[in-house]
Design a protein around this ligand. Sequence first.
Ligand code: 3AM
Length: 175
Amino acid sequence: MAEQSRRLFLALWPEPALAERLHQLAGEARRECGGRIMRRETLHLTLAFIGAVAEARLAELLAVLGQIRVPRFRMRLDMVGYWAHNHILWAGCAVPPPALLQLGADIRREVAAIGLPASGPPFVPHMTLLRKAHTPYVPAVFEPLEWELAEWALMESCLAPHGADYRRVAAWALD
Ligand code: 3AM
């Protein structure tokens, strides 16, 4: 019988008020750029995508991730970016805070050390707002959104006909 596995990634999840603001921004952008809007409850910032992890390796993964120590930090979502190669429109920071980059790097180092390396391109912190957007988006008015981070989470992605559903597997407090 095939071994059970789960599709896992690490992420920062905004609280409902911030998710609502981002969702409004995504709605405004979609009127100009088209594409598919992310559902409000699925908006997140991916720290690292691991992919399929055998159930039997979950405890080891939790143990190495639990050793990571990064101070609490805040970030200011102050820009809307667009990647023409994959048509993703995203919100992010012109200058990402060093603690955020450190968290991404620490996670990547720890998961690689146990043979579960992150896949995908190098870490560029972003929150996907639209997929399949046709053009970049320049908001007429854009008040930066402040985000205070207190924890980060291990999430499971469950593919569904309407897009992925995400379930929280574990979370760790920032120091
Ligand atoms: O955070 P974003 O929206 O850029 O596209 C998926 C999403 O990215 C990405 O992981 C995030 C959480 O699902 N993703 C999905 N499959 C992937 C893969 N095989 C992947 N990233 C890298 N490699």
